[in-house]
Design a protein around this ligand. Structure first.
Ligand SMILES: Cc1cc2nc3c(=O)[nH]c(=O)nc-3n(C[C@H](O)[C@H](O)[C@H](O)COP(=O)(O)O)c2cc1C
Length: 412
């Protein structure tokens, strides 16, 4: 009689090639493979928008991943066999793994309709999707599709004493968004050379320069014909009834600006009753300020290397920030996460949760609607295996691992 496989044997190691899911695992064993496919499947301006970063050589996009790669973990062996538990609780809600889809301004540029795909992935995989306020779908639409797994990220809209920001908070409350993310690390415009070289201006136009690029990307073109641009969906209501794409883009450019001050964050703390997360902390002194305001979480982040090219790799600031926060707020992390082992690394450094940006966008661009699900599954499966590799049962135990982090910052 065939013996039932013990569930710890359900592993990432040998995919079942008789299924499509198994074949995809063989074709795309790393996020780098998805990235290579993405480059071929969407127009260049869309790929470069995701992949690019600040600075001539985009140093800290690469630096984030390199610093993670440099962290060594000492495994322990000889323990019994088990199926590791990847789930984690954050703000009273259980997630299947310690990762969220990061806020990324324009998923719908990378693949029109992308925001809705991410929202469905969140619901199906029980991980959050953070909709950015510049996105091409509204917070109401996304919250409904995400079934309790939507977070909402906001940028500063200074006009009328933050009236738009305050209205977004009301809309997020009504839509029952699970967390509000306030991004503070965009004080000034940054230069991303690839966007300039591609003359990426919104609304984008499919003209003489781009036509060849677009017609050779039929999946993208089909999605575009189906969904259009729907630019700045969350701002349209403040512009006019039915603004044109050009009017919405002009409004977003003209009205958005600067990074939030601590006083402004204090006002959001009063207005928003749910979990409040401040995103974009690199200095332990800023972590202290956020903690003093009673925020529920902070994201240690350098914005994926897209703002200040001279900023440190975000993982190199994680230990000092964990120690500055001293357990008084939840620590979230992002920047360069490309594997389940990376999730073990950040967990053992003290992060409770992670935002994953480009990896999900590469999945969307490479595989369309099924891409983000593939990426979510990729991370959870790799994490389960990685926890076993290092000899721990769950994320709580991963916090006690011995590791070496040669590039970590310290202040003494
Ligand atoms: C294409 C793109 C757009 C982004 N837009 C936003 C945004 O609108 N708001 C924000 O807070 N962060 C934004 N980010 C930063 C991400 O939230 C996150 O910090 C970063 O992507 C993490 O690094 P990773 O891409 O290496 O995972 C963006 C990142 C990318 C790649």
């Amino acid at each position: 009689m065939a013996q039932e496989e013990p569930d710890y044997k359900v592993t990432a190691g040998r995919p079942d090639t008789s299924t499509r899911a198994g074949r995809l695992k063989m074709l795309y064993p790393t996020i780098g493979d998805l990235r290579a496919r993405a480059r071929k499947r969407v127009p260049r301006f869309a790929f470069d928008y995701v992949d690019g970063a600040a600075g001539a050589d985009e140093p800290n996009r690469k630096g984030n991943a390199a610093a993670l790669d440099g962290i060594e973990i000492l495994p322990r062996y000889g323990v019994e066999n088990y199926r590791a538990d990847t789930s984690v609780e954050l703000f009273g809600k259980r997630y299947s793994g310690p990762l969220a889809i990061a806020p990324m301004g324009l998923p719908g540029l990378v693949l029109p309709g992308g925001e809705k795909v991410f929202a469905r992935t969140a619901a199906a995989n029980e991980i959050p999707f953070t909709l950015g306020s510049s996105a091409l779908a509204t917070v109401e639409e996304v919250a409904e599709l995400a079934e309790g797994f939507a977070w909402f990220q906001i940028y500063r809209m200074p006009r009328d004493d933050l009236a738009i920001n305050m209205d977004w908070i009301e809309r997020a409350t009504a839509a029952e968004v699970a967390a509000l993310v306030v991004t503070i690390d965009v004080p000034a415009r940054t230069k991303r050379p690839r966007e300039l070289r591609n003359r990426l201006v919104l609304p984008y136009r499919i003209g003489l320069r781009t036509i060849a690029d677009v017609v050779t990307r039929p999946a993208w073109l089909r999605a575009y014909l189906r969904h259009g641009q729907n630019l700045f969906a969350n701002m349209q209501k403040y512009v006019d009834d039915n603004p044109t794409a050009a009017e919405a883009a002009e409004f977003a450019r003209g009205e958005g600006g600067g990074s939030f001050t601590w006083d402004e964050i204090a006002r959001f703390r009063d207005a928003w009753k749910g979990p409040l997360i401040v995103k974009g902390i690199l200095h332990p002194g800023d972590a202290e300020k956020a903690v003093a305001l009673g925020v529920d979480g902070i994201v240690v982040s350098n914005h994926g290397g897209r703002q200040l090219e001279a900023a440190p790799a975000s993982v190199d600031m994680l230990p000092v920030i964990v120690s500055a926060a001293g357990g008084r707020t939840e620590i979230l992390f992002d920047g360069g996460i490309r594997s389940g082992v990376d999730l073990v690394r950040t967990t053992s450094l003290g992060a409770r949760f992670n935002l994953v940006g480009r990896a999900f966008m590469y999945g969307l661009a490479a595989l369309g609607d099924e891409g983000p699900d593939f990426v979510a599954d990729f991370f959870i499966e790799e994490l389960r295996e990685a926890l076993r590799q290092v000899g721990v049962r769950d994320l709580a135990a991963a916090r006690d691992l011995d590791l070496r982090h040669p590039t970590a910052w310290c202040f003494d």
